[in-house]
Every structure is written in C-alpha cells, then in structure tokens.
Design a protein. Structure first.
Length: 264
C-alpha cells in the first residue's frame, strides 16, 4: 500500500465543495450588496438548493448572516462586522492609512480614498467624503474596472504590457458612457504613471471628476495600495498641484506599511 499519498475520500471532497460554496455565497452577497434568498443564491451559484439552504442556516446560526424582511432573504450579520473590526486591529498599515485619510480630508476638503486590487478589479478599502459644496462619494468595497480609475494605472505598474492585456477583461475597457478606451492608451498611461510615480485622470468613470492617485509601496517596492483624491473637474491647477503634493507626502510616510500585519 502506498502511504505517501493522502487518501481523498468522498467526505473530504464534499467538505471542500461545501467550503467553496460557502465562500461563493459570501462573495456573491459582497458583489450584489443586497439581501438575497437561498433560492436566488442557489441559482447564481449553480448549486443544489438543499445544500445552499444548509449553508445559509449554519451561517445564520453563527450570526455571519442575518434574516432580512419577511421574504426569506439574508445578508451579512453582525459577526462579519466583528471580523472586520478584528482585521483593522491587526493591520497596522491600514490603520495608518485611515489616519492619513483623516488628515488629507481635513487638509483638502475633498473626497480621499485608500484603494487596492481585488482580483482583476479596483476597490476602495476606506474613504473620507469631501466637505465642500461639490460632494463626491464612493462606496467602499464596490468592484470597478481598473481602466476607469487613476489608481488602476498605478496598481498595475509592476506588470508588463502583455501581462496587463491578459489580466484585464476586454469588456472592462468599455467606459460608463459607452465609449471604448483604447487598450494602448491605457498601457501608455500605466507606463507614464510608473515613470511619474502618480496618475491623474479625468472624464473616465465620471465626467465631473479629476482623480489623482499615488502608490503606497510595499516591501517589494510595488504598489500594494494607493492613496487617491477626487476633485471637481473644474478645480484649478494650483489646487490640483497642492493636493498631489499632499498625497505624495502621506504615501511616502506610509511606505512598507501596507503589508505589515503586526498589531502595533
């Protein structure tokens, strides 16, 4: 008998499949950002309804999910909030980024964000809304195509042109207004951001905004996170220059902190 290979029993395969489906369920709720019934979840996951009902019940018992309304729908429960709070306590880098956002918001009065890659999309990890009359907001955790953002041009600076072409789905080059962003233009923007150490975009995700992003470099010298600021498109050159200078200064102080998991 060959004991060098671990046996793969049907029960272990079933457990693995159950874990995968539980993760898929949580991912689906995160992307949809609204309550769903077990039947809806089963259809989206292509999973047996009975299996999904069992997973939903177990997660509800653990308060990771909570019932919403009277239609049998569920959404994230308070235990998920506790997990998030524990993550923030353990991530010194993200805590420091939050402090930088507080300072930047006070210094500029503009919407400021800490952003990252999530798969092949861009997400806002943390944000502070602007205080001016022109109020721009952005939802934390919503996945956005990378070509729509200034941060996307910074976060991909470690990849070659070929790797970027393979990484980004072709449909993500279609902007919200329906126009197509030329792939080569995006590649040129990434190269420019790599040379400059920052990126500025306007009229991509919104025709009303001017966006600036700078990298927060991790230990390997690549952009693990970005700090970005969202200004009105008609902001003057002096304001944009001042905001970019503040972003660069805060990002440099945060360098190497993004991957630091020590509680400090």
């Amino acid at each position: 008998m060959d004991v060098s290979r671990p046996s793969t029993s049907s029960s272990s395969i079933d457990r693995q499949r159950g874990i995968d489906r539980a993760i898929g369920l949580l991912e689906l709720l995160l992307v949809r950002r609204q309550p769903m019934s077990a039947g809806e979840i089963a259809r989206h996951l292509g999973a047996p309804r009975s299996t999904v009902y069992e997973i939903v019940k177990r997660l509800t018992d653990a308060r990771m999910l909570e019932p919403v309304g009277s239609g049998g729908q569920v959404f994230f429960g308070r235990t998920m909030h506790l997990f998030g709070a524990a993550y923030l306590e353990g991530d010194a880098g993200l805590r420091r980024a939050g402090e930088a956002l507080d300072a930047l918001s006070a210094e500029t009065g503009a919407t400021v964000q800490c952003c990252a890659l999530r798969g092949n999309k861009y997400v806002v990890l943390d944000s502070r809304d602007g205080t001016g009359i022109f109020h721009i907001t952005s939802d934390v955790g919503v996945e956005v195509p990378l070509p729509w953002t200034a941060s996307g041009r910074v976060l991909l600076g470690h990849l070659s042109d070929g790797e970027i072409r393979s990484f980004i789905p072709p449909e993500d080059f279609r902007l919200p207004d329906g126009s197509a962003l030329p792939v080569q233009r995006f590649l040129d923007d990434v190269a420019q951001a790599r040379r400059d150490g920052f990126s500025e975009t306007t009229g991509l995700a919104s025709s009303f905004t001017w966006c600036q992003a700078v990298p927060i470099l991790g230990r390997e010298g690549r952009a693990d996170l970005t700090l970005c600021i969202v200004l009105p498109v008609d902001s003057d050159a002096m304001q944009r220059k001042r905001c970019l200078s503040l972003l660069v200064a805060h990002a440099r102080r945060l360098g190497h902190a993004g991957g630091d998991r020590r509680i400090a």
